[in-house]
Design a protein around this ligand. Structure first.
Ligand code: ZN
Length: 180
């Protein structure tokens, strides 16, 4: 649950980073920004600011902003029935960005929020800078962490059904709830 004041604060900080990244977004697009706390109630530690740009039956595109040292919780993109899970390509536009995916543990910089070790099982760390691109196959667990200046990235993918994505942490509620 996020208050309207928190939403305002988080989106203002995200907009600053979007400007620094030199990404052009319209006012209407910015209005759709999701300041996700993933139901965990501590968005500056575990959260992400997500601006949906394109959603068709086949593709999706988002701008994802992570505030300094913010972590987006571990999740994967599962398929359901005939629909394959989302294949997601991340392209970094601004900041130092740490992407952890399944693989041998080489993690150095990406911080796991205190006491949450069991919910961050993907420990192969990619250290990424602006211009770096990586594709995450569907079904692969992954999570994100930003360096001390925050990070801005494009997420380009096959069709997204964000609300249905499974997270490792059973406490996650993907749909952001706004209150007074
Ligand atoms: Zn993802």
């Amino acid at each position: 649950v996020i208050t309207k004041a928190q939403h305002k604060y988080l989106s203002a900080r995200a907009e600053e980073l979007i400007k620094k990244a030199g990404v052009l977004l319209t006012a209407d697009e910015l209005k759709k920004m999701d300041t996700a706390d993933f139901g965990l109630g501590n968005p500056e530690i575990e959260g992400a600011q997500i601006v949906p740009l394109i959603d068709t039956e086949k593709i999706a595109m988002r701008v994802i902003v992570l505030l300094p040292l913010q972590t987006e919780p571990e999740h994967w993109h599962a398929g359901s029935g005939d629909i394959p899970g989302k294949e997601e390509t991340i392209r970094v536009l601004y900041g130092t960005f740490y992407l952890c995916a399944e693989g041998e543990d080489n993690r150095q910089y990406a911080r796991i929020p205190e006491g949450k070790d069991e919910y961050y099982t993907a420990r192969y760390e990619y250290v990424m800078s602006p211009g770096d691109t990586i594709t995450i196959p569907c079904g692969t667990r992954h999570w994100f962490h930003a360096g001390e200046h925050g990070a801005v990235l494009y997420s380009v993918s096959t069709a997204a059904r964000d609300a249905a994505d499974p997270f490792t942490d059973p406490n996650v509620v993907r749909v952001t709830v706004l209150t007074e």
